[in-house]
Design a protein around this ligand. Structure first.
Ligand code: 0OX
Length: 334
């Protein structure tokens, strides 16, 4: 049926059926020496998926083959085991919830350590990566995956200027951070794609994810991806014993870190930081979707540990979804 006669649900259902087929055909094309389907069949089905997703942008999914353009993404990247799991973050959506997090956390800390500081950081809207160094040399880069097993994207990450090949000290460490596509790079990329009749990326995060999974690393190279590193699997090899100091030490080692972090002594300081960056959000060169507050003392982070997936010592305060000002809203209906 013509796309314009479909409901969004019908389009979503049809698209969900087409994606695995295209991914399987795409993999066969790159992995096996003989493609499993005639090119014109692949192109016709791919064009149908693009038509469905262009007519109904809300049905686009990050793993859709239309989001991994400029060549095929590897569906079969080698796996990497994270000896120390990569955690995600619990979320809160209001200052009241944030204050509850603070109160509960301090209740669970010994009296002597209860007056700890927080470190406030912008929550970069990208995808989490791990960079493994041996004796100060970059040897492997990987995605978070499910936290314990990620995918090897070393070759792609080697094309990013912001990732040091050699550290200023011969350390064997695993450093974690965010890979993101700056807003301007995202706008320029989508402009080029529209000009080439290709479907646009849904958002910078999808664009970064698709760019990192490219089989042809030359495609990754020209996507202008960047990084902000913010964590280390084991801090013992470092000098610092605070989160804020960790960001300084990572910068000294050669990593790109985000300079907007700030130590907060109490929730009023945290609120002030949130207010400042809520106002500055649209001026930033990169997307953020909230603020991360972390207990600043690293030994306290270690002592508090994590639940199955999230640390007890950190929380993400998420911004409300950005208001999309529609013309309709501005029309006087009197
Ligand atoms: N998107 C970010 O900017 C961001 C994400 N995660 C973290 O911290 C991890 C470290 C251990 C649990 C969460 N910090 C951040 N700034």
């Amino acid at each position: 049926k013509p796309v314009k006669e479909l409901t969004e649900n019908q389009a979503a259902t049809e698209a969900a059926d087409l994606r695995p087929q295209l991914i399987a055909w795409g993999r066969a094309y790159y992995d096996a020496d003989a493609p499993s389907v005639e090119d014109d069949v692949y192109d016709r089905v791919y064009a149908r998926l693009v038509a469905l997703e262009t007519a109904f942008p809300n049905i686009v999914t990050p793993e859709s083959p239309t989001q991994h353009v400029g060549g095929t993404t590897r569906g079969d990247l080698p796996k990497v085991n994270h000896d120390i799991p990569m955690l995600s973050l619990g979320d809160v959506f209001s200052i009241d919830e944030l204050k509850e997090f603070d109160a509960r956390l301090r209740e669970n800390v010994d009296e002597a350590d209860r007056d700890f500081d927080y470190n406030c950081e912008l929550k970069i809207d990208g995808l989490a990566i791990n960079l493994h160094y041996e004796n100060g040399k970059f040897v492997q880069g990987s995605t978070r995956g499910n936290g314990r097993i990620g995918e090897d994207i070393t070759a792609n990450l080697e094309t990013l200027p912001s990732i040091p090949k050699v550290l200023t000290r011969p350390l064997t460490i695993d450093v974690r951070g965010e890979c993101y596509m700056p807003k301007q790079a995202f706008l320029d990329l989508n402009e080029r794609r529209e000009a080439e009749g290709k479907s646009p990326f849904a958002n910078p995060r999808n664009a970064a994810a698709g760019s990192l999974r490219q089989l042809d690393v030359a495609v990754t190279r020209d996507r202008k991806l960047a990084t902000f590193m913010y964590n280390i699997a084991d801090y013992d090899p470092l000098d610092t014993r605070t989160q804020s100091g960790l960001l300084d030490e990572l910068a000294e080692l050669g990593f790109s870190t985000n300079p907007t972090y700030q130590v907060a002594h109490d929730m009023d300081d945290v609120q002030a930081y949130i207010d400042t960056y809520t106002g500055k959000r649209s001026d930033l060169a990169y997307g953020i979707d909230g603020i991360v507050i972390k207990a600043n003392p690293l030994p306290l982070q270690r002592e508090l540990g994590a639940t199955v997936k999230v640390p007890r010592w950190a929380i993400a305060y998420k911004f409300p979804p950005e208001e999309v000002q529609t013309v309709v809203r501005d029309i006087e209906w009197t």
